[in-house]
Design a protein around this ligand. Sequence first.
Ligand code: FAD
Length: 331
Amino acid sequence: MTVDIDEYRGVWVFVEQHAGEAAPVSWELLSKGRELADEMDEPLTALVMGHDVAHLADEALTRGADHALVADDEVFEPYRADPYGEQFRALVEERKPSIVLIGGTHTGRDFAGRVAVPAHAGLTADCTELDVDDEGLLLASRPTFGGDAMATIKCPSHRPQMATVRAGVFDASEPGEVDVDADAIEEVEVVVEEKDTLSEVIERVVGDVVDITDADVVVAGGAGCEGNFEPIAELAEALGGEVAASRAAVDEGWVEPARQVGQTGKTVRPHLYIAAGISGAVQHLEGMNDSDYVVAINTDSNAAIFDHADYGIVGDLHEVLPKLTAMIREK
Ligand code: FAD
């Protein structure tokens, strides 16, 4: 299918929400979307879908969106791919956005796949960098060949250009002190009815899902743990943080893959990142380099991680961490 790409304008960000609470990646995409929209000199629109979600449209405007489109109906709560997809298809057909950004979450990945096909759009998944060229072409970059190379993907002949983006790779936009302009929010016609949907949610069970990307404190262990993650877990608990790991530790099976930090794992940017028994390979650094403070504990004073740490302790993690934990618990 060929489209007249000149008809497509603007950047849309899909504001993913669950029971009225926005997924943090939505605000990260809004800040990146703002940059792209400014470079293109085109508007930034927040797309809010759900039930009783008007407050998220307000918030999107205070976080930098020019407009918000709101599709508010019971049919959109909880998330299901078919009503969301049908509504999105209708909106894209009518409004013709040039770029659509979606969080690379479980929901975002499901949604993006579902909507890209009927929209005949190009979709680049799991992006870690975004840019636009002079002609408004989205340059969507993502690791490829198991992380050995970065691929930059363009979709020159289709619109919209769509991308799912990894959580944690961009700074979230902050809500500003701006007055919300009611004219900038548009409640759109809901084109989906419950009777037309194919799926029904019988029960929603929220499992014990690990999400280290949201944590303020991350305590990560590496090969130096030698199979014993107890000191890592204890310190993480004392600090109210999450346990994470290098790929070496994950490959050994000491920690589940959802906790891997790095190029082929998660990107975290906590206030405090403690790296114990981790050498500081570039692929690991890529996932934690934007942390506010990094503390490294390593027996090797020449370990590369010390070059990226604010504070370093040369020592055996099995001795150092329990002492740190005890000190913190005493406080
Ligand atoms: P090592 O490099 O073996 O370092 C262990 C460190 O522990 C050493 O510095 C040692 O001095 C120290 N140590 C040993 N004993 C103690 C002790 N008792 N107390 C304190 N310190 C001690 N890696 C990732 O982490 N994340 C990724 O996403 C990732 N993706 C990759 C993608 C590709 C394509 C490739 C090729 C590699 C990737 N890697 C990734 C692997 C990466 O290159 C490193 O091999 C890995 O990060 C090393 O993990 P480590 O630091 O735990 O282990």
